[in-house]
Write a protein that binds this ligand. Structure first.
Ligand code: GTP
Ligand code: MG
Length: 201
């Protein structure tokens, strides 16, 4: 497990001018609105509400930067797939993502968060393919596992893997921000991403 000595909110940004300076590797979280990205971060760092969570999907329309142990960062990206937002907000979302993924030099990997209960949406599939095509390492986390029985996990994970063309569903991390399931596995995966960084430099 990574020891979280310090976790702090740095800033919110809507474009590159607002990003914090490049200090250490960065791991971004992408996923549908309300899927549980912010809750995943909070559970990962063991803080109740550092990343703002809520019941109003589509509320987080900015990139939120969190710095961990003064060494590396999580970026909570604005969620996609919220039907009720205007065309303008959708176009704006696309621009924000494109700018982030193409310009952020210290981005090391993306954690794509999906809901274990549902087959990935077209937008989930597009996001996954987009990241793969860009050569950005992507780790899929299926969250809200507490909402279905353990006996159902395998079936759901294999459907998720199939939709995203992931060869082996065991690669997907089963997670719950409610119970803490999957936190050690995600810590380990993050540690591995960060250690690759140390090897290059
Ligand atoms: P946006 O910022 O709007 O994109 O949403 P988000 O992806 O950050 O989701 P958020 O973490 O705010 O969670 C949305 C809702 O789902 C909240 O009511 C959370 O309490 C709930 N939730 C998140 N993760 C879990 C989980 O693992 N289990 C359960 N039961 N509820 C969860
Ligand atoms: Mg959020």
């Amino acid at each position: 497990m990574i020891t979280i000595r310090k976790a702090e909110f740095v800033t919110s940004a809507v474009n590159i001018k607002g990003y914090p300076e490049l200090t250490g590797p960065e791991i971004a979280l992408a996923g549908r609105s309300n899927v549980g990205k912010s809750s995943l971060i909070n559970k990962f760092i063991n803080r109740r509400n550092l990343a703002r969570t809520g019941n109003t999907p589509g509320k987080t329309q900015m990139l939120n930067f969190y710095r961990i142990n003064d060494e590396w960062s999580f970026v909570d990206l604005p969620g996609y797939g919220y039907a009720k937002v205007s065309k303008e907000i959708k176009a704006n979302w696309g621009k924000m993502m494109e700018e982030y993924f193409s310009r952020r030099e210290n981005l090391r990997a993306v954690i794509q968060v999906v809901d274990i209960r549902h087959v990935p949406s077209v937008e989930d599939q597009e996001m996954h393919a987009f990241l793969r095509n860009r050569g950005i390492p992507v780790l899929v986390v299926a969250t809200k596992a507490d909402k279905i029985s353990k006996g159902q996990w395998g079936k759901h994970l294999s459907q998720i893997a199939k939709a995203l063309h992931i060869p082996d569903w065991h690669i997907i991390i089963t997670y719950s921000a409610e119970t803490g399931l999957g936190v050690p596995e995600l810590h380990e995966a993050v540690e591995e991403i960060l250690s690759m960084d140390n090897e290059d430099s």
